[in-house]
Design a protein around this ligand. Structure first.
Ligand code: NAD
Ligand code: G6P
Ligand code: MN
Length: 433
């Protein structure tokens, strides 16, 4: 059977992952699931691990669940490694969101100054994981959800010790689900072509029963009264003529760029009233762990759907299944461009629809992005690359260049204020600076 290792195993999303493996067990014979965490996550790991054991037992399956704080022990001879950890836990995210807001800039987990700092904390650790993998399980695939997933994939392609890495996000799946809801069709009839970067991806074409349908879809999309965002992003509606103008479907995160003022104002309001998203998530997580502790619970509780990342673990299981079984179906993932997006360098990470084979994802050719949105995508890519270099070198000036180039900052003097304050606030998790 297969050995799966999940780093950040104490995550509240783990029951979704376990459910995904249980559901697919007849085609994807997982025999061991190793949940790895660190001392700070020991209690979470224990609680979620025990729920995982109950879930497997209820399903009557022979999947061994191992809980450990020893990453190297877990990685030995793994077939697939998934990463879903949060350096500094939610307290670090609270700082990423609150410090920029205090200075009048967007504070968000994966965008702007907060996204930069999450990357600076995370990248050296993920690179370290690939170093262990190259030694202990050189043939394994690394499937990373740890945010900022796009920047992390970019860093791994350049600095990673294994090249078998894939970045994953639930945004594209969410967009397909939303399209199905708008069209009132079963999701199996619908497919989108995705092209762009993580949290900066566009639906470039949509197929209904295999027929291109974008023109008609845009009319229904701009007219529909359907939620077109994730649980963590406010559902402000798009200006219909703007969508007609770009001719592609933006992702929920584009609101931070195309509705900058609206998003900032609403976030500042939340910050002043009941706290940022991280603080909401903290409460949600406490509730979830109270549920998980209940020894009669042996399924994934529906309350997990309130998290922005709902369905991402299922996407991971689906991806692992397709690699293992060489199914050659199409899935959107973060991988090396290899010419699929004509506006992005060959060896950069992109989020793109791919054919999933046993040798990994093969990107579908997407050609050019619409001229109107191309520049922003390229700027975010340049930001991600600069940030990844700063994360690996600890170069202060590069970090400031990245911060200043981010479209949600764009002020050199303020960028330095943010950088200095955030370096100080996060210094325990930034040994490279
Ligand atoms: P969380 O705060 O519950 O953290 C998960 C676990 O990681 C914790 O138990 C923590 O102790 C552990 N951890 C921290 N540092 C570690 C390390 N060095 N090694 C091993 N474990 C470590 O986080 P969460 O809400 O479950 O989210 C986990 C990650 O997944 C975050 O980075 C988040 O941004 C990301 N995420 C991604 C997507 C996506 O679309 N790609 C969706 C949702 C969440
Ligand atoms: C999803 C994103 C993730 C993000 C998460 C936040 O929208 O794809 O990358 O981290 O939601 O969810 P949360 O519930 O933690 O705010
Ligand atoms: Mn995501």
């Amino acid at each position: 059977g297969l050995k799966i290792v999940t780093i950040g195993g104490g995550s509240s999303y783990t029951p979704e992952l376990v459910e995904g493996f249980i559901k697919r067990h007849s085609e994807l014979p997982v025999s061991e699931l190793w949940l790895v965490d660190i001392e700070d996550g020991r209690e979470k790991l224990e609680i979620v691990g025990n729920l995982a054991k109950r879930m497997v037992k209820k399903a009557g399956l022979d999947i061994e669940i191992h809980l450990t704080l020893d990453r190297r022990e877990a990685l030995k001879d793994a077939d697939f490694v998934t990463t879903q950890f949060r350096v500094g836990l939610l307290d670090a995210r609270i700082k990423d969101e609150r410090i920029p807001l205090k200075h009048g800039y967007m504070g968000q987990e994966t965008n702007g100054a907060g996204g930069l700092f999450k990357g600076l904390r995370t990248i050296p650790i993920v690179v370290g994981i690939t170093k262990d993998m190259a030694e202990l399980c050189p043939d394994a695939w690394l499937i990373n959800f740890t945010n900022p997933a796009g920047m992390v994939t970019e860093a791994l392609l350049k600095y990673g010790y294994t090249k078998k890495v894939i970045g994953l996000c639930n945004v594209p799946i969410g967009m397909e689900r939303m399209a199905a809801e708008i069209l009132e069709m079963d999701p199996s009839r619908i497919r989108m072509d995705f092209a762009g970067l993580n949290h900066m991806v566009f639906g470039k074409e949509i197929y209904v029963d295999g027929k291109p349908f974008m023109k008609e879809f845009i009319e229904k999309y701009t007219d529909a009264n359907v939620v077109t965002t994730m649980k963590n992003i406010k559902d402000f509606k798009w200006e219909p003529d703007f969508i007609r103008g770009i001719g592609v479907i933006p992702c929920p995160y584009h609101r931070y760029y195309f509705k900058k003022r609206e998003m900032l104002e609403s976030e500042l309001k939340a910050y002043a009233e009941n706290g940022t998203r991280a603080e909401t998530v903290k409460k949600l997580e406490e509730e979830l762990f109270e549920l998980y502790k209940d020894e009669t619970l042996d399924i994934k509780p529906p309350q997990l759907q309130e998290r922005g990342g709902a369905y991402y673990s299922d996407a991971a299981c689906r991806l692992i299944n397709s690699i293992y079984n060489d199914t050659m179906d199409i899935q959107p993932v973060n991988t090396m461009n290899r010419g699929a997006l004509a506006d992005i360098a060959y060896d950069s990470a992109v989020e793109v629809s791919c054919i999933i084979t046993k040798n990994g994802p093969v990107p579908l050719s997407m050609g050019h992005l619409p001229t109107a949105v191309r520049g922003l995508v390229q700027q975010i890519k340049a930001f991600e690359q600069t940030a990844a270099d700063a994360a690996m070198t600890g170069d202060y000036n590069l970090a400031l260049a990245a911060m200043t180039m981010n479209p949600l900052v764009q002020e050199d003097v303020d960028a330095k204020v943010l950088l200095d304050e955030m370096l100080e606030a996060h210094k325990d998790h930034l040994p490279q600076f």
